[in-house]
Design a protein around this ligand. Sequence first.
Ligand SMILES: Nc1ncnc2c1ncn2[C@@H]1O[C@H](COP(=O)(O)OP(=O)(O)OP(=O)(O)O)[C@@H](O)[C@H]1O
Ligand SMILES: [Mg+2]
Length: 373
Amino acid sequence: MSAAEDAVLRALGAVLDPELRRPITDLGMVREVAVEADGTAVVGVLLTVAGCPLRGTITGDVEAAVAGVPGITGVRVEMDVMTPEQRNRLKEQLRGPGAERGVPFNRPGSLTRVYAVASGKGGVGKSSVTVNLAVALSRRGLRVGIVDADVHGFSVPGLMGITQPPTRVDEMILPPVAYGVKTISIGMFLPENQPVAWRGPMLHRALEQFLTDVFFGDLDVLFLDLPPGTGDIAISVAQLLPGSEILVVTTPQAAAAEVAERAGTVAAQTGQKVSGVIENMSWLQLPDGQRMELFGSGGGEQVAARLTSALGTEVPLLGSIPLDVRLREGGDAGSPAVLEEDSAAGAELRRIAGQLARRPRGLAGLNLGVTPS
Ligand SMILES: Nc1ncnc2c1ncn2[C@@H]1O[C@H](COP(=O)(O)OP(=O)(O)OP(=O)(O)O)[C@@H](O)[C@H]1O
Ligand SMILES: [Mg+2]
């Protein structure tokens, strides 16, 4: 290989596969590199599957990376598709050699913290909290994923602005990435607005498939956005991910707090840990600076205190998020409010994410039988 070709190859090391988030040079995706006499670089790229929706992105990224190499006058990207053997090698490389199928987050060595975001009542802001915490943690440099476990009422793709379907590499599903967060939702597999009329067993299977067939890679944090209540999905999550912890979302309202408490006390039966309570819609800041408590006050404190005494372990109130038009607008636009410096709700969500980020990675939710002093 000539020095110029070597330089091109090194530049390609900075090109990440948009879904796998690893250098294409590490993934066996660079078939050949040649530099012609006139300085044109020819890069042969192997796509995982034909019709890869991201071929345009990859082409652009390769062109941009290679164009900066000294002496290169032009770039030609030639696309091809991996053979089944090449794909198998890639899958094995991603999963680790000889890895058995199953939920990777349950393997003994898994250091991923899994948070199931739950509430009693619907519409209290679970999905908004989930995506904003995920994006805030990703911004802090953590590797983050979201599973939209609200199969009937999925909303995560919209909140994350994802319209692109997942790529399938044989049985492996590569989740779309938005704001650095790997995200999967049943909504990505359905024609627009088609309802999902499934009962418990099908819901369980869908969730199981997301957890086994979707390739998230090594995550620091995985969020599950649950449907409201303490139904089938909450129980499936406890079964499929026994190490998952629960984040309870409530509004300040007494009626919401009572049902939120039930969503938390389920943990006593499933053996899960409740890692905290988040109060949402806590107040509305009026133009004169006053706080109007539209939904009353104290719900978050109440749920935290009651869960602490019911479960016998400290369940903290992690934060209180004000009502904020920016949060709703950001949700509608697919651009989470935590990305906006001056959104009040965004700031509080960033603060809550900071508390989660400080918790050590690993042995998530496992009861080690010791009490830290
Ligand atoms: N702090 C807030 N300020 C303004 N609007 C908010 C706030 N929190 C949530 N919302 C809005 O309230 C609505 C419900 O929020 P969201 O969908 O996140 O709740 P949910 O608990 O996931 O609902 P569901 O139970 O249907 O899954 C959305 O329109 C969202 O934009
Ligand atoms: Mg929701």
